[in-house]
Design a protein around this ligand. Structure first.
Ligand SMILES: *[C@@H]1O[C@H](CO)[C@@H](O)[C@H](O)[C@H]1NC(C)=O
Length: 179
């Protein structure tokens, strides 16, 4: 006959199987829910770009070479709320400037980022947002280079795999150095 321990063991194994099935269903539902609620393209426009000369550690840090630094003011409206579902834990959003230089064909610089942990905050509306400064490391030149800005986001689920998406591509030309 079955002892109480055997019955308990069977019940426990059954509950563990149920738990795995539920977590599996949640994990699989993630990509389906994301695909069924697409996000429209963001609206990004560049309000002002300045290129200045400076040193990475501050102007009087003589251990660093003088380099061109770009300061980008941009506006961005993006609604990522469709990507907020019961399996969304948080969104990591970032704006990337991509450009080519003779020495490095592909450069990607994150100029702004944010961690969104609530659905209300997934409606992004930035006005005249100033970037972190960016520097071109090779040759220390940025003026005249053409770049593109795009919005990227990673969706971190409660259960399942991380999804990465990107949208938008807005041109940006680095102007001459402002003295
Ligand atoms: C920027 O976007 C334009 C148009 O999509 C493309 O032709 C160009 O190669 C892009 N530049 C970079 C550096 O990604």
């Amino acid at each position: 006959m079955f002892s109480l321990a055997q019955r308990g063991n069977t019940l426990f194994a059954f509950l563990v199987s149920v738990l795995f099935c539920v977590l599996g269903a949640v994990a699989l539902s993630g990509p389906v829910l994301l695909a069924s609620a697409p996000v429209g393209p963001p609206h990004i426009d560049v309000a002002k770009v300045l290129v200045k000369q400076g040193r990475r550690g501050g102007y009087y840090d003589y251990s660093q070479p003088v380099t061109e630094m770009a300061f980008v003011h941009f506006n961005m409206v993006a609604d990522l709320t469709p990507h907020w579902n019961w399996n969304t834990k948080m969104l990591f959003v970032y704006v990337v400037a991509e450009y080519s230089t003779p020495a490095h064909p592909t450069n990607q610089v994150v100029i702004w980022d944010d961690l969104i942990t609530a659905k209300e905050d997934a409606e992004i509306d930035l006005r005249n947002q100033l970037s972190e400064y960016m520097t071109s490391d090779m040759g220390n030149k940025l003026a005249g280079i053409q770049a593109n800005l795009s919005l990227h986001w990673n969706i971190m689920p409660h259960v399942g795999i991380l999804t990465k998406e990107r949208s938008g591509s807005v041109p940006l030309v680095f102007p001459k150095v402002t003295k």
